[in-house]
Design a protein around this ligand. Structure first.
Ligand SMILES: [Zn+2]
Length: 493
């Protein structure tokens, strides 16, 4: 087993399209910026997957001994509908529909976001700045971009000049798009408004009389463009250049492309060294969308109040389900997949708790602990490959069961090491918790243990009619009892 300092992490960088060795800018410090939610709606499950993916990266880097400053913003202004510079602000629109203040919308859905993510046991970021809290910094950035000659002002709005930028750099290098193709594919003047070119994007927008969310600026009352806030906040808290910039794959273009352009325009360097994108979650093979009804909220999964799932699933099982896929793969959410994850999760946790009760011996047989441990690290070092890690954890669970059944043995020292490693990966790195299954299933586990105890008493008294009845009836209910040498355990069919 290599020491933590000798572990080399490879990260897939969307900018180069390859896996690269992770070398932080400053020794053991890591700066990570992740685009947070626009708080105008309940956070949906696809968004949760993105934030769980970055929670894993945050947890693993911390586990590896890095001091991580994780910045994840809250977009509470400036995010216009359909990413168009001509449409209504999402939060302002919601406020108009619900007849409340925009900041009430922001408060309501920020609370929902935090509550939901804490159910999934994601760690809070180090800093969670808001767009409206950084208007001064954004105005300053607009001035700098204007001074650098990469923006122009028209009637109180300021736009980034993409064509000008493309003369000295490459607009589209992150998403692999070519500016000529974009220009060619854009219908003349449609949605262009006052911009010189349709590809230009707003840094600052003039606020019309009815626009509530407005701030004074050198160009008159207005509000910042969506892409600008992330450049302002990442620069303020992580510097002009930092290590990791993340977000959902749908943000690659135009949002992250625009962030790169803004950063390069004022600093002559790309803001982040590693661009990391988490892939999307589909539901029953189709893209999740509110409009088609092919959509599910996390609370609807936990409560069981939905028409898609057979029964409720806990946040732990849902998190485990997500971790069974690599963060860069599309993942499909379905009732069957959740049932399978529930079984897997329960098997993993049983293996972990079985460690507390197995006996030790003079020799360890059938398991190479240090080799296994290194394989767990190798999985995570390979672009945070949680499904491979989980497969390795199941190798250990199988071994623990074999020890419990008397087929293999383990020394006290190895048992301690195994326990520490399993706890590190299951609780610290994967962020799964013991406080499963939030009520019902905990009681169920107590009730099952009581039945196992009664059955053991019946067997001692040679009352096999009762002991067989308990075993058979449980089996019919989908619960299989397994008699080990030291303990009887149960698994779900
Ligand atoms: Zn962003």
């Amino acid at each position: 087993m290599k020491s933590i300092a000798e572990q080399h992490i490879q990260i897939y960088n969307s900018l180069s399209g390859t896996k690269e060795e992770f070398i932080p800018l400053h020794d053991n410090m890591v700066g990570m910026y992740v685009c947070g939610p626009t708080v105008y709606n309940n956070v949906h499950l696809g968004n949760c997957r993105t934030f769980i993916s970055f929670d894993i990266i945050f947890r693993y880097l911390k586990h590896m001994g890095y001091k991580v400053r994780y910045v994840r913003n809250i977009t509470d202004a400036g995010h216009l509908e359909n990413g168009s510079d001509e449409r209504e602000d999402r939060i302002a629109k919601k406020a108009r529909i619900e007849e409340i203040e925009p900041m009430e919308v922001v408060q309501k859905y920020t609370v929902d976001f935090h509550k939901t993510l804490s159910k999934f046991n994601t760690l809070p970021p180090s800093i969670e700045p808001t767009a409206t809290g950084h208007i001064v910094e954004q105005i300053e950035l607009v001035k700098q971009i204007l001074d650098a000659g990469f923006a122009y002002e028209i009637d109180g709005s300021v736009y980034f000049d993409v064509l000008k930028f493309n003369q000295s750099s490459t607009y589209g290098k992150l998403s692999g798009r070519k500016l000529e193709d974009m220009i060619h594919n854009t219908r003349e003047t449609s949605g262009q408004g006052e911009k010189r070119n349709p590809q230009d994007f707003a840094l600052w927008k003039k606020a019309e009389a009815e626009h509530i969310m407005r701030w004074a600026s050198p160009w008159g009352d207005g509000f910042p463009g969506w892409h600008l806030e992330c450049t302002a906040m990442s620069t303020k808290y992580l510097g002009k250049q930092f290590d990791i910039h993340g977000g959902g794959v749908d943000l690659k273009f135009p949002h992250h492309e625009c962030e790169i352009a803004q950063g390069e325009a004022i600093n002559n360097c790309s803001p982040a060294n590693y661009w990391v994108h988490a892939n999307m979650l589909t539901l029953n093979g189709k893209k999740m969308a509110k409009s088609t009804g092919n959509n599910i909220l996390p609370d609807e999964i936990f409560s069981g109040e939905n028409e898609i799932m057979e029964r409720p699933f806990s946040p732990n099982v849902t998190r485990f389900f997500m971790l069974q896929a690599h963060y860069r793969s599309v993942l499909d959410f379905s009732n069957d997949a959740m049932l399978a994850s529930e079984k897997g999760f329960s098997r993993l946790m049983q293996g972990v708790s079985l460690l507390n009760s197995i006996d030790t011996a003079k020799k360890t047989t059938g398991f190479n602990l240090s080799e296994w441990r290194q394989k767990c690290y190798n999985a995570m070092n390979d672009d945070f490959n949680t499904p491979v890690l989980i497969a390795k954890l199941f190798d250990a669970v199988k071994f623990v069961q074999n020890v419990n059944d008397g087929r293999e043995s383990i020394t006290k020292e190895d048992l301690n090491k195994l326990q520490v490693t399993l706890h590190n990966f299951v609780y610290d790195v994967l962020g799964l918790t013991k406080k499963e299954e939030q009520g019902v299933n905990l009681y169920l586990e107590d009730a099952l243990n009581l039945l196992i105890e009664l059955r053991n008493e019946a067997r001692k008294c040679k009352d096999f009619a009762t002991s067989d009845k308990i075993r058979d009836e449980l089996s019919k209910a989908g619960i299989i009892l397994q008699d080990g040498q030291q303990e009887t355990t149960f698994t779900l069919k």
